[in-house]
Design a protein around this ligand. Structure first.
Ligand code: PEP
Ligand code: MG
Length: 291
């Protein structure tokens, strides 16, 4: 029965030997955030801000963005949160951002790429995020989605810092970014692996297409090698490397990711206890052997 088989987890992500792997949560709404706080998440590892705007027909004003973000951040007062700037396009089209027709939307103008043409949109969002963080007393980090190069990371970091954000990161979800993680880490304070998109682009398999779903498998060595490379670059730079794709929610994979050197895992609230218990059962040497 679910009641007796529920794994024990005390709300601190660590291995049997005490090695820390922070257990964070992915959220897109205030109810996600409340559930994750109740489930013991140590912080927010990925706030998908685009989920606040899926039905908006015009750009939300700075003050409405501020209120929407604050509602999500509020359960994590005093805790670390990573807010991701708009990741619109491809599998997350937004009505108020007309991307035009693209033959391959997953390879098109999505994520941070929209901001290169519309930096004003990014700047208004960054201002609203900073205000919402101040309103709620969270420990703010901001990261950009769909970054391909170190130059893009540097461009984002300078705009985020100009907006007053102290901790700036980017997602590693394009193979080019994983291959150049060291150069990207020279520009930012942390990175977070988006294994959903990284798998899609590594295996050339549409993440929305059931017919190729079997290829989108984070247990595959090609994906894990890239994760290991990024984690090594993070260790060399002395900067955190998280995973916030669905791979982070897999209790069988969590010890492998820890063994590869990943420093935090971010997942939906329901996965926290299972992943937390799986990590508690193994020490770092066993994780490294598995990896
Ligand atoms: C990912 O790509 O792994 C990720 C976490 O971002 P999203 O699923 O929102 O694209
Ligand atoms: Mg993604």
């Amino acid at each position: 029965p679910a009641r007796t088989s529920r794994p024990e987890w005390d709300g601190v992500g660590r291995l049997a030997d005490g090695h820390r792997v922070k257990l964070l949560t992915n959220v897109g709404s205030a109810s996600d955030a409340r559930a994750a706080a109740a489930a013991g998440a140590e912080g927010i590892g990925l706030f998908r801000t685009e989920f606040c705007y899926l039905s908006a027909t015009s750009e939300p004003t700075e003050s409405s963005q501020r209120a929407a973000y604050a509602a999500v951040l509020e359960p994590f007062a005093g805790k670390p949160v990573v807010v991701r700037t708009l990741d619109a396009g491809s599998d997350k089209p937004l009505a108020f951002l007309d991307m035009g027709a693209e033959p391959n939307p997953a390879l098109g103008v999505r994520g941070l790429r929209i901001a290169f043409d519309r930096p004003d949109l990014l700047d208004r969002q960054l201002t609203a995020i900073v205000a919402a963080a101040a309103d709620t007393g969270v420990e703010l980090s901001v990261m950009a989605p769909m970054v391909a190069t170190a130059a893009e990371a540097a461009w984002f970091a300078s705009r985020a810092r100009a907006a007053g954000i102290g901790r700036v990161g980017v997602m590693i979800e394009i193979p080019a970014a994983a291959l150049c993680a060291a150069e990207i880490l020279a520009e930012v304070d942390f990175v977070s692996l988006g294994t959903n998109d990284l798998a899609q682009y590594v295996f050339a398999a549409d993440r929305q297409l059931g017919a190729v779903a079997a290829l989108n498998d984070p247990h595959q060595p090609a994906l894990l090698r890239l994760v290991g490379m990024v984690a090594e670059a993070g260790a060399a730079a002395g900067k955190p490397v998280g995973v916030c794709g669905e791979a982070a929610a897999d209790p069988a994979l969590a010890p492998v990711l820890a063994g590869l050197g990943v420093t935090s895992l971010s997942m939906n609230a329901v996965a926290l206890a299972g992943v937390g218990a799986a990590l508690r059962a193994v020490d770092l040497a066993a994780c490294r052997a598995l990896a």
